[in-house]
Design a binder for this molecule. Sequence first.
Ligand SMILES: Cc1cc2nc3c(=O)[nH]c(=O)nc-3n(C[C@H](O)[C@H](O)[C@H](O)COP(=O)(O)OP(=O)(O)OC[C@H]3O[C@@H](n4cnc5c(N)ncnc54)[C@H](O)[C@@H]3O)c2cc1C
Length: 713
Amino acid sequence: MKGSAASKIGLLLILATAVAAFFAFDLDSYLTLDNLRARQGELAALLEARPLLVIGTFFLVYVAVTALSLPGAAIMTLAAGAIFGLLFGTTIVSFASAIGASLAFLSSRYLLRDWVRATFGERVEAIDRGIAKDGAFYLLTLRLIPAFPFFLINLAMGLTRMRLVTFYIVSQIGMFLGTIVFVNAGTQLAAIERTSDILSPALIGSFVLLGAFPLIAKFLIARWKQHRIYKRFRRPRTFDRNLIVIGAGAGGLVTSLIAATVRAKVTLIEAKDMGGDCLNTGCVPSKALIASAKVAHQLRTGADFGVHPRHVEVRFREVMERVHAAIAEIAPADSVERYTGLGVDVRQGHATLVDPWTVEIDGGERLTARSIVIAAGGTPAVPDIPGLETSGYLTSDTMWGALRGRDELPRRIVIVGGGPIGTELAQAFARLGSSVTQVDHGPRILTKEDDDVSALVAEILTGDGVDIRTGYEAVRVDGKTLVARADGEEATFPFDELIVAVGRKARLSGYGLESLGIETDKTIVTNDWLETLYPNIYAVGDVAGPYQFTHLAAHQAWFAAVNALFGSVKRFRADYRVLPWVTFTDPEVAHVGHNERSAREAEVDYEVVRYDLSHLDRAVAEGARKGFVKILVQPGKDKILGATIVAAGAGELLAEIVLAMKHGLGLNKILATVHAYPTMAEANKYAAGEWKKAHKPERLLAWVDRWHAWQRG
Ligand SMILES: Cc1cc2nc3c(=O)[nH]c(=O)nc-3n(C[C@H](O)[C@H](O)[C@H](O)COP(=O)(O)OP(=O)(O)OC[C@H]3O[C@@H](n4cnc5c(N)ncnc54)[C@H](O)[C@@H]3O)c2cc1C
C-alpha cells in the first residue's frame, strides 16, 4: 500500500484534526456512564420518533470512534444495549466495530507500514512470515481476550502483511462474544456502577481461557497430526545411534562432523564418492578447468602487456589431468579415513529410509537413529528435447570422466544453458580454444543478476569468442546438430560435444521418500528448522534448496545437526539473510543480498551506488578495468541492502561487504577503514565514497564556505 508523502501528510492532518476536535469540543464527556444513564430515556424517545436517524448516527459515530482509536467504544457498546436491546444492539456494534477496526488497520498500514519496513526491515519480514502462517490464530486469541487494548491490536496488525479480509472476518468473529457481554450489560444499565463492573474476574478468566483456546487447539492439532504421521510405524524402543546422515557431499559431511564434534553417535552413508558433487563433478573440477583457461587467455593476450609468447599450445589431456589432480589433492579432506578419524561412522552404500527412524544400507543392514538428516544432493536437469537422448550429450556429472584422456580439445561445443554453470563452462572452453555456442531460451544469460551485469558478462564472453544465442529455444537434436528456434525461425548449431547445463534438480526418488510420504515440491519440503514432514527427519543442501551452493549446504548443516541433536531443548531457524554467491567467469560476478531485480520484486526501496573499475589504479595496472561495484543502500540510511561486484577476484572483494551486512556495518564504516593501496579491494571504499559524495551536507558546506572566506579576511 504505497502513497505519496503529501497524501500521507494530508491523511495524518485529517486524522489529527478529528482527534483534536473530539477533545477540544469535550466530546469525551458525553461518552460516560453517568451521561448515558441520564439520557437513556431521551435516547429511547428519539429512537421511537426517528429510528433510522438514530441507528444511522449511532452506527457512524461508533465506526468513527473505533477508526480514530478514540476512548469511548466500551460506553457506546453499553449504550447499544440500553437503546437497541441485546439482539439489535449486538448486530449494530458487531458490524460497526469490525468496520471501524478495519479502517484503523488500513490507516496504520497506509501511514506507517513503509516506515516500519524501512526501519526494521528484516525483523518485520520474520513477523510477516509468522503472520502469513498463523496470523489468524494470533488475532483471534487477541480479540477473544478483552484485556488486550482494542485499538492497539488494530494499529499493530495494520503494520503486518495480514490481508484486510482476514483481519475483518477474524476481528468480527473474535469480538463477538465480548460484544454480547457488553451489550447485554447495557440492557441493565441501572445496575452498573462502573464499566469495570462488567468484567468480573471470573468473566475475564473465562475470556482468557477462550482466547487461549485457538492456540491450544493449534498445538493439539499439530500434536495430533504428528501422531497420525508416525502412527503407522513402530518406533524402536532404543536407537543404535543419535543421527544418521544420508549423503557425503558438503551438506552431509558438515552435518556429521558437527554431530561427531559434540560427541553424538553418528553414521554417514554415501553411495558413490565422498565429497559429493562439489568435489567430484562440480566446484572443484570446474574451477580447475577455469584456471587452465585463464592461463591460456593470459598467454594469448600477453602482447597487451608487452609479453609475446611465441606459441600457445593447449594440451587438453594435460588440462584434464590437472583437473583430476585437483580433485585428488582435495579428496583426502573428505575421505572415509579422515571422517572415521574424526569420530564419524562412515558407511559406503545406498541408503534407503525404511521408517522415520530406520535406514537400510544396500537392502541389507538396518540402522536406527532418533534423527535422520537427508543430504542427498541433486542431479543435472535434462530437458525433454527430441534426439537428445541418443546424441551423446554431456552434463556436469559426465563430462569430467568423458573428456578425461582425450588429446584433442573438442573443436565445436554447444552449451545449452545460460546460468552460472553454462556461462562458466562456455568461457572456459572458448578460452582454451574451442569454438563455443551458448544457447538459452531466456532473454539474457545469468538471469538472476541485474541487466547491466548480464550485459557486461555477455560482452566479455563474446570478446572471448563465445557465440551467445539468447532467446533460442532448443527444439531437437539431429545427429550432431542442435536445432533451436528464435522468433519462429530455426537455426542449426553443429557440435562435436553438446553440454547440457540447464540447472540441477534435487534427488527425490530411489531412497524411500515416496514410501514415507515425505512431501516434495521441486525439493524436499522443509520448514524453517529444516524439518521435513517428520520432525525428526531433516533435509539440507541441494535436496532441500532454496539455493544450490556448497556454502549454503554447509550453513544449513549447522542448523540441521543442532536441531536434530538438541531440538528438544532449543531449535534454530535457518537464516539465509546474508547469503553470498559467486559466478566464476573472468571477471567474476559476486552477489550478496538484494540486487535491483530482487529489490524491485520484493518492493524494497533502494538507492544504487556504483563505482566503475576503470577509475581504479590497480585495475588499470592489471588491465582489469572491466567491471564495477554496485551497492544497494536503504534510502536515507547507512544500511547496505546488497551488492554485486563484477571484477577480477570479485568473490574476494565481496567478503568485506558480506561481513558488513552480517554485522550491520554501513558504508561509513567501510569508508573509514584503511584499504591498502593499490588493491582491488579499494573499489569497495571508493563505492562508499561515491555514496558519501551523493549525500554531502550541502547546507553545512555552504556555511563552511562562508567561514573559510571570513578566515581569508
Ligand atoms: C559444474 C558445477 C559447478 C559448481 N560450482 C559451485 C561453486 O563454485 N560454488 C558453490 O557454492 N557451488 C557450486 N556448485 C554447486 C555445489 O556443487 C552443490 O551446491 C553442492 O555440492 C551441494 O552439496 P550437497 O551436500 O547438497 O549435495 P551433493 O554434493 O550432491 O552430495 C550428495 C551426496 O549424496 C549421495 N547420495 C544421494 N542419495 C544417496 C543415498 N540414497 N544413499 C547414499 N548416498 C546418497 C550422492 O552420491 C552425493 O555424493 C557447482 C555445481 C556444479 C554442477
